[in-house]
Design a protein around this ligand. Structure first.
Ligand SMILES: NC(=O)c1ccc[n+]([C@@H]2O[C@H](COP(=O)([O-])OP(=O)(O)OC[C@H]3O[C@@H](n4cnc5c(N)ncnc54)[C@H](OP(=O)(O)O)[C@@H]3O)[C@@H](O)[C@H]2O)c1
Length: 252
């Protein structure tokens, strides 16, 4: 249950080795969170993440979770909730893909969609059901500014985030009155593993800044969080630009 300060006591991180997910988990554990479930593909990075959070004082359990294996999601998430209430589910898995390669290889594009969108559908719905049953808790979904308007250089990834974002918004509406809620997080360019080697976009941010924004958004009860916050205003302008103008502006 949330403590008197409204801080989550328990976390399920879907995408247990995500830089943004871990930056958030570290902040939460330093503040108050005691039980952490890391769900991800078994790897040295996942084990290291569990060790680090344990050293910070959390009771950590690791669960094998493949976002592409949608048939298993209800079972994995069900097992986590069976261990005790979960105050916060953070959906942080995702792949960027390789746009030009994936355009030439449709099945590679499908693999990106399978993880980001289909994996998001099954795990977000299973999490929302469990939160509804519990009657409290938040599902935080890492969407992206890339889902707001399609860009030539990342429209496959962007389309998967647009779908995930729409799903999360609707889920949030469906949970109203249940005690549980959804918060959609739309970061812009985040410096880190996913964007390594790419030219930096304007208003670039960091995993730590996204973590801060997630915690602030949770405290405020926000439905949508942009990171950095200025992106909300930038995108409200860009959203309405005629397509040819947007195309020229977003060309790199
Ligand atoms: N970085 C950015 O610029 C940016 C901007 C906006 C939104 N986002 C979104 O924020 C989220 C977190 O990104 P990040 O920056 O933390 O990137 P990251 O460090 O690369 O984390 C991505 C995570 O997704 C996991 N993942 C990938 N495929 C998976 C699969 N089939 N099954 C289970 N887990 C899988 C990875 O696990 P493995 O270790 O097993 O690969 C890793 O934990 C993603 O949804 C991303 O799309 C990122």
């Amino acid at each position: 249950m949330l403590n008197a300060l409204g801080q989550p006591q328990s976390l399920l991180l879907l995408g247990g080795s995500s830089e943004i997910g871990l930056a958030t988990a570290r902040r939460l554990v330093r503040e108050r969170t005691r039980r952490v479930h890391l769900a991800g593909r078994p790897s040295a990075a996942l084990t290291a993440a569990a060790d680090e959070l344990t050293a910070l004082g959390a009771d950590v359990q690791v669960h094998a979770f493949d976002a592409a294996d949608t048939d298993t999601h209800e079972e994995v998430i069900g097992k986590v909730f069976a261990e005790g209430d979960i105050d916060l589910v953070l959906l942080a898995f995702g792949v960027l893909g390789d746009q030009l390669h994936d355009e030439r290889e449709p099945m590679a594009a499908v693999a990106v969609a399978r993880v980001n969108y289909l994996g998001g559908v099954s795990s977000a719905l299973a999490s929302a059901q469990a939160l509804r049953r519990q009657g409290h808790g938040a599902l935080v979904v890492l969407s992206s500014v890339a889902g707001e308007r399609a860009r030539r250089d990342n429209f496959i990834y962007g389309s998967t985030k647009a779908g995930l974002d729409a799903l999360a918004q609707g889920l949030g509406d469906s949970l109203r009155g249940s005690g549980a809620r959804v918060m959609v997080v739309r970061p812009g360019f985040v410096r880190g593993r996913m964007t390594q080697g790419m030219p930096e976009a304007p208003l670039a941010t960091t995993p730590q800044a996204v973590a801060d924004a997630i915690l602030t958004g949770l405290r405020r009860g926000s439905g949508t969080v942009w990171v950095p916050g200025a992106l909300r205003f930038v995108m409200s302008g860009l959203r309405h630009l005629p397509r040819p103008v947007f195309r020229r502006l977003s060309a790199r």
